[in-house]
Design a protein around this ligand. Structure first.
Ligand SMILES: [Zn+2]
Length: 141
């Protein structure tokens, strides 16, 4: 289990260099660079790069949320079960909006509605495993 980054001590309106940020939250500068690659925002294009305290905190929080269960292509994270679940009856709705799609199904354990965004390229793979009802956004036609 990776070391948990510390949130305490991050000042929202302060800007930190990578080194300062790393020391503050207790991770390596390498980890901070990974976070930037993964979407942690930099203040601007200045050099050395600076990170705002609130962006740093938001990124760590988002990461903690994201540490939830990894789900397979045809699995969902059920918010009520707080676990990875399959769709009841292997049925799901595949709703296409523009160039995105949302997969919706009912939890096979607690019957809560579960959904997740999926890429359009995944359609045939999902279709092979689930009984899909495909819906298209009217505007996209
Ligand atoms: Zn459930």
């Amino acid at each position: 289990m990776p070391k948990q980054a510390r949130l305490s001590g991050i000042k929202s309106y302060r800007c930190y260099t990578l080194k300062e940020a790393a020391a503050l939250v207790g991770v390596s500068p390498r980890t901070i660079r990974n976070w930037i690659r993964d979407g942690l925002q930099l203040l601007d294009a200045s050099y050395p790069p600076l990170i705002r305290g609130d962006d740093l905190r938001a990124h760590i929080n988002a990461q903690r949320e994201g540490r939830k269960v990894k789900t397979g292509l045809c699995e969902f994270y059920c918010l009520r079960c707080r676990a990875c679940r399959g769709p009841a009856g292997a049925m799901a709705d595949y709703e296409i909006t523009g160039n995105k799609a949302m997969l919706t199904a009912i939890c096979d354990v607690c019957e809560t509605l579960m959904c997740k965004p999926v890429s359009l390229t995944s359609l045939s793979a999902i279709r092979a495993k689930l009984d899909l009802t495909i819906k298209r956004d009217e505007l996209a036609l």
